[in-house]
Design a protein around this ligand. Structure first.
Ligand code: GEK
Length: 245
């Protein structure tokens, strides 16, 4: 998906004297598609496989939620596999992202009805869901709020429904942690980011993006009320879990 104003991400290309915490503002929204594709290994592949998962778990006359929907890539991907009777619900607390999301959804001419809501995903009520996406969003939620959020999503989900949880992950094995962390940065450099861009972005994300291990995610998903969960995709230190209620 290439939004009309989707230009190249150069937000960290010049030296920044005082690097503040990363925020999803208008400048990020403008370059978001380029930024996430060049920064998150496996992002495009994960999206391209989502219609298959949506097709298997989507149920007639239910809702499909995308929590932290950004500019709509996840909603457009799952719509491809979902029944026309599904109601798509995109939630994000950054209005600049939702403005672009609305443009992209209109341009995609989806068969399903959709609504977008500028809200905190922690403050949202979930009901009659057969699909929920948390595609690289939970990592931005404070750690102590993650289980309550997952529990809320699980309670709003129909039996047999599925949550796709994609995250940056960390590893307890320090050698693996170091190797996959460095490979992620190699990936970014191979996509044209300079050493300065990589290190300034890392500093901006340090306080806001807190990765957990796969084991921690699995334990939380189970506690939240999901009956089964497993990793279905991994690329370096980014993974996606399928959790079934
Ligand atoms: C994709 N899913 O392209 N409430 C609502 N939105 C939030 C919250 C919150 N508490 N915290 C963060 N966000 C997308 C990519 S990006 C991932 C998701 C990334 C939103 C935030 O505004 C942003 O749009 C999104 O979550 C995270 O498949 O940039 O690495």
């Amino acid at each position: 998906m290439h939004p009309p104003d989707g230009s190249k991400d150069q937000l960290f290309a010049r030296p920044i004297e005082q690097i503040g915490s990363f925020v999803f503002d208008d400048s990020v929204a403008q370059v978001f598609d380029d930024m996430i594709r060049r920064s998150v290994p496996g992002y495009g592949m994960t999206l391209s496989l989502m219609p298959l998962i949506a097709k298997r778990f989507g149920q007639q006359g239910t809702k499909a939620y995308d929590l932290g929907c950004s500019i709509g890539a996840g909603l457009i991907a799952i719509a491809d596999g979902l029944p026309n009777s599904t109601e798509l619900v995109g939630i994000d607390n950054a209005q600049p992202m939702l403005d672009r999301c609305a443009d992209n959804l209109k341009a995609a001419n989806l068969e399903q009805t959709w609504e977008l809501s500028c809200k905190d995903i922690l403050e949202t009520e979930y009901s009659n869901a057969s699909i929920a996406l948390l595609n690289f969003t939970l990592q931005f939620v404070p750690i102590d709020k993650r289980l309550p959020l997952l529990s809320k999503v699980a309670s709003g989900m129909n039996p047999g429904g599925a949550l796709l949880l994609s995250e940056k992950i960390r590893f307890n094995d320090s050698c693996i942690q170091k190797s996959l962390f460095e490979l992620h940065h190699d990936y970014k450099r191979s996509n044209g980011y300079s050493d300065m861009e990589v290190s300034q972005k890392r500093a901006a994300l340090e306080d806001v993006l807190k990765p957990e291990t796969i084991e921690e995610h699995k334990a939380s998903l189970e506690k939240a009320g999901f009956s089964h969960c497993e990793v279905w995709f991994q690329c370096f230190n980014f993974a996606s879990l399928l959790a079934i209620k």
